[in-house]
Design a binder for this molecule. Structure first.
Ligand SMILES: NC(=O)c1ccc[n+]([C@@H]2O[C@H](COP(=O)([O-])OP(=O)(O)OC[C@H]3O[C@@H](n4cnc5c(N)ncnc54)[C@H](O)[C@@H]3O)[C@@H](O)[C@H]2O)c1
Length: 438
């Protein structure tokens, strides 16, 4: 929404959320999300045509177009628990819009939702209307955290789906004309509602599948002497495969991949396609396996016990250039090591201590989880160090100094394959890197 406001000074954009703390943060000097370039975009429009407000009803009343961007987490209760998307926020938003709207409104599904959600939204909107008339469009968001501003500036494509009726097509054109201010028309795809809704789930499923595919091969590389980076490069040069998303790691995280695949798999089950459901579910299974394989490797290398040992964790965010920790592989690795009795000392350049604590421990306390203010401090007197996020600063730390401060033998576990392995070996580290024979 900030990007739309920045690109279209004549369009008034109001971002509204009942969470007063979040809105206050968006109106303050410290934005609630760390994302390169975002501050500049927000500051270029805030107070001019970009506003942040807790008055959800007021914003609905005034708007011609409403982008519904509420959370759609995995359901934790009832039918479909652990797999289906929880649509309670979507439904509540639709009911509120129906209650407040007086004139014609275009409702845009920006959240990632199961295919055919628009049909439920339309039913709720049209059967509760107090005089408002509605078109529902689907405009899924393909930005990636960490590169969100770049992705929005120059997207691979913008996808807009709508009802294939004269009113539906007119609504599509209105939203197309907003993006067309800065996105070339040929990159703006229009489809029917269901194709657009489904494409978002499928895009995330394909992306996550590539990661699980290369991660599964990383295990084979380790036992055969093949190098997963060399295999990735060799297959990525095949134009049918392409070079991106072929880096092995400790496992994917983030708020979307796991939730969207589980949701896709649940949909397949629901529509009587159990084979398709279990195919996609295996992508998540491999991811979980990769995470526990990594923590298992740490325990094994440290002479089969980490009880009472100090393990430093460098990086907690699910990837670099974000402070988002949702579903980060670091949570599983820290929990596994704590369960083995280790003292786990975590350092991340952007994630606050309180976030790390609540992610790993929930409301529990555990004196074995320690948060550190620098990489060097975290590694002091450690038996082992694990790199879990590919933050640039970890590539060129003073590893000699780290080595000197560690207990010997000093173990280093590279969960992202970003470290200077040859140099580390020379220093004397015992090294493990995913998918490599080092
Ligand atoms: N985070 C991403 O990178 C990303 C990328 C693409 C798509 N998505 C999708 O976008 C959606 C939102 O993701 P998120 O990461 O921003 O989730 P989030 O949980 O961080 O934010 C959702 C916000 O919606 C607010 N909200 C709930 N009900 C509301 C209502 N009736 N009116 C106004 N605000 C309301 C909540 O208070 C919360 O602040 C999800 O469906 C997600 O799958 C996210």
């Amino acid at each position: 929404m900030a990007m739309i406001a920045a690109k279209c000074p004549d369009i008034r954009v109001t971002v509204t959320d009942p969470n007063a703390q979040r809105i206050a943060a968006w109106n303050s000097d410290t934005l609630p999300i760390y994302e390169p370039g975002l501050e500049e975009v927000v500051l270029s429009a805030r107070g001019r045509n970009l506003f942040f407000s807790t008055d959800v009803r007021g914003a609905i009343r005034e708007a011609d177009i409403i982008f519904v961007s509420v959370g759609t987490p995995t359901k934790t209760y009832g039918v479909g628990a652990g797999r289906a998307a929880d649509l309670k926020y979507i439904e509540a938003a639709a009911r509120m819009i129906a209650e407040v709207a007086e004139g014609p409104k275009i409702i845009v599904e920006k959240s990632t939702i199961p295919v055919r959600t628009a049909s439920a939204m339309l039913t709720i909107l049209r059967s509760n209307s107090k005089g408002g008339t509605f078109q529902v469009l689907s405009n899924p968001e393909f930005l990636a955290e960490g590169t969100a501003v770049e992705d929005l500036e120059d997207p691979d494509r913008v996808l807009i789906g709508g009802e294939q009726t004269p009113e539906g097509l007119e609504a599509i054109e209105k939203v197309v004309s907003i993006y067309a201010r800065w996105v070339p028309r040929e990159k703006i795809l229009t489809t029917n509602l269901w194709s657009s809704e489904l494409s978002k789930l499928v895009a995330n499923a394909f992306l996550a599948q590539r990661i699980s595919s290369i991660n599964s091969i990383s295990a084979l590389c380790e036992v055969t002497g093949a190098d997963v980076d060399e295999v990735g490069r060799a297959i990525g040069l095949d134009s049918r495969i392409g070079p991106k998303f072929l880096k092995a790691s400790v496992g994917f995280g983030g708020s979307c991949f796991q939730k969207d695949i589980l949701n896709l798999s649940y949909l397949c089950q629901h529509f009587g396609l159990p084979e398709v459901a279990s195919y996609w579910e295996s992508v998540v299974k491999i991811n979980d396996w990769q995470k526990s394989r990594f923590s298992g490797r740490i325990v094994r290398d440290l002479f089969n016990t980490v009880s009472g040992k100090h393990i430093a964790i460098l990086g907690f965010a699910f990837k670099k250039d974000t402070n988002d920790t949702r579903e980060t592989a670091a949570i599983a690795v820290c929990r596994d090591l704590l369960a083995e009795g280790a003292r786990v000392v975590v350092y991340d350049p952007q994630v606050p201590e309180s976030q790390i604590r609540s992610d790993v421990l929930g409301s529990q306390e555990n004196p074995n989880l320690v948060i550190s203010k620098s990489a060097l401090e975290a590694c002091k007197e450690a038996h082992g160090v694990a790199v879990l996020t590919e933050w640039d600063e970890f590539k060129d730390l003073d590893y000699q100094k780290i080595y000197d401060g560690m207990l010997k033998p000093a173990f280093l576990f590279d969960g992202r394959n970003i470290l200077p392995h040859a140099k580390l070996k020379q220093i004397g580290f015992r090294l493990f890197a995913i998918g490599k024979h080092v």
